[in-house]
Structure formats: structure tokens, C-alpha cells
Ligand binder design. Structure first.
Ligand code: UTP
Length: 291
């Protein structure tokens, strides 16, 4: 079984649900306290042993590239100042997380179309996909949990969670049978099910590991919901043909593509932040008394 060494982070959506913040800036650069969302995602992939990461961009490319690059002027400035060694190390470490590559999705034609732009980078290997607006925080990186399932079963893997009846309408619904622990076999899926069409309340949330055969399937995938090429439609074909493994991953997921998700991530991560956690907790308690 080939090891999973590569990851793709699609970050070329229009982010219309978080406008106007995302008018000129990709939603993947929205900060959670002091780090942009995409840095949490790159850190998760690196912690799972991924060496090469392709970020799919369309606009704001410079901003993303600059964030993961060295910043000599800033570094020189920080190294000349007393007491700034910690922040200097943080700034430099970002550029050492992984080998990061970039490609542009020239037209915003959907997540499936975005992933199809990764074909040359992937070059016949299995690869992880980490949706650029889904931040998952946990001790065991979600990406690593999926990679282990791929390396054990040799089938495509989707990261899933059970969601509410209302939420399933916006996501995908999976046909699953238990395998063991938090592993399920998935043999079918439906994107944005209408009432009565649900196969279960398990939905794909933000992570998958795909075999390179997905590209042939994507080539044959017609535009679906919203006139876009949906990755779920290609994964449905894969699940029906070969079966996939669904992993109910551990970790808390934040939807950085929605205003509420951005605020939940900010508040919860601030509460645990080594620098401001304590002061923020005291502030929040006081605020909550008057709500
Ligand atoms: P979404 O459907 O949540 O992204 O895609 P969106 O189109 O930006 O959402 P709206 O406009 O707020 O509804 C999930 C992930 O796929 C990427 C997005 O950047 C996001 O990380 N994506 C989506 C692409 O890279 N290309 C696309 O054409 C669509």
C-alpha cells in the first residue's frame, strides 16, 4: 500500500457566505485569534506526516504565498528587538511546515473542478484533501486519522460526523454500515438531500483521502448542484464502484465559511490561548452575565 505523502487544500471558492470580509481576501486567510485558518490546516497536514501540500487558489494568491514564505524584513526587525525571540520563531517556523505548492483554479467551477487541478501534483499517488474553510482542532490530527484508515483498507476515505436533520440538507448524506470502532463502510451518498432522501445523518465534513483513480471519475462528472462540478458526485461514483471507508473522526470542526463558525472558532480557541485565554475567559464570564 502506497503511503499518503501529499495533500491538497482547495482555497479558491468565492466565500460568499462571509462577505464583505472575503471581497478581496480568501476566507482561508480569516484569522482565528492570531493565525489564519489555513495555517491550522497546514499544521494539521504536517502533523499527519504530509510532506508536500498543494494549495489551490484563485485570488489573494500573493497573500497566501507570503504567509508561508520567509519574511526577511520582519525577521530582521524582530531579531533586533529584545523579548521578541518567541514571535520570531513562530514567524520563521510557518515557512518550514511543509513544501507548499500553488496552482490557480482559473474558473470557480466547484470543489470537484478545483481538486481536478491537482492532477499533475498528485502524479498517481493517493492524496489527502483538506477543505480550506474547515478547521479541525484535536489532539490526534483528523487528517492523520483518515490517512491511517487509507493505509489499512486501501480504499478512499471520508471524514464524517453525525449532523442534525436541518444540517444534512446543506451537506451530504452517506449510506454507511459499521466496520469497527469509529470506522464505517460507505457504499453510496447523496449531496444536499431533500427531506426523505437522507441515507443517514452521517455527512462528509472537510476531509478525505482519495486514490488517484478519482481523476478519471472527475473527468466524467457532469456539473451538479449549483452548476458546479461537485467532489461529492465523484466520491459517490467511487463509493458505489469500490466502496469507501468513513471515519467518524475525533476533534472539533469549525466552519470558517460561515459567519457563526468564524465566531465560534474565535471564541473557543481564544479560551485556550496561552497568552490571552485567562483574560478572555474572565471577560466572557462578565459579558455573559448581562446577556
Ligand atoms: P464551499 O462551497 O464552501 O466554498 O467550498 P465557496 O464557494 O467559497 O462557498 P460560498 O460562496 O460561501 O457558499 C468548500 C471549499 O472548496 C473550495 C473553497 O475555497 C472551500 O475551501 N472551493 C470551492 C474551491 O477551491 N473552488 C471552487 O470552485 C469551489
Amino acid at each position: 500500500m502506497k503511503k499518503v505523502r501529499k495533500a491538497v487544500i482547495p482555497a479558491a471558492g468565492l466565500g460568499t457566505r462571509v462577505l464583505p470580509a472575503t471581497k478581496a481576501m480568501p476566507k482561508e486567510m480569516l484569522p482565528i485569534v492570531d493565525k489564519p485558518a489555513i495555517q491550522y490546516i497546514v499544521e494539521e497536514a504536517a502533523a499527519a506526516g504530509i510532506e508536500d501540500i498543494l494549495i489551490i487558489t484563485n485570488r489573494g494568491k500573493g497573500l497566501l504565498e507570503d504567509h508561508f514564505d520567509r519574511a526577511p524584513e520582519l525577521e530582521n526587525h524582530l531579531s533586533a528587538q529584545p523579548g521578541k525571540a518567541g514571535v520570531l520563531r513562530q514567524v520563521v517556523d510557518i515557512s518550514r511546515l511543509a513544501n507548499i505548492w500553488y496552482v490557480r483554479q482559473k474558473e470557480t467551477k466547484g470543489l470537484g473542478h478545483a481538486v481536478n487541478c491537482a492532477r499533475d501534483f498528485v502524479d498517481g499517488e493517493p492524496f489527502a484533501v483538506l477543505y480550506g474553510d474547515d478547521v479541525i482542532i484535536g489532539k490526534d490530527p483528523a487528517c492523520g486519522q483518515l490517512v491511517r484508515a487509507y493505509e489499512e483498507y486501501g480504499l478512499g476515505v471520508v471524514g464524517v460526523k453525525e449532523v442534525s436533520q436541518e444540517a444534512i440538507r446543506k451537506y451530504s448524506s452517506l449510506k454507511v454500515e459499521p466496520l469497527r470502532d469509529n470506522y464505517f463502510k460507505c457504499t453510496d451518498m447523496v449531496e444536499k438531500p431533500l427531506p426523505g432522501q437522507e441515507l443517514s445523518l452521517y455527512s462528509i465534513l472537510g476531509r478525505c483521502v482519495l486514490p488517484p483513480e478519482i481523476f478519471e471519475i472527475l473527468d466524467a462528472t457532469q456539473p451538479g448542484a449549483g452548476g458546479e462540478i461537485q467532489l461529492t458526485d465523484a466520491m459517490k461514483a467511487l463509493a458505489r464502484r469500490d466502496g469507501m471507508v468513513a471515519v467518524d473522526f475525533t476533534g472539533k470542526r469549525y466552519d470558517m465559511g460561515s459567519k457563526l463558525g468564524v465566531m465560534q472558532a474565535g471564541v473557543e480557541i481564544a479560551l485556550d490561548h496561552p497568552e490571552i485565554g485567562e483574560a478572555f475567559r474572565a471577560y466572557l464570564k462578565e459579558l455573559a452575565q448581562n446577556l
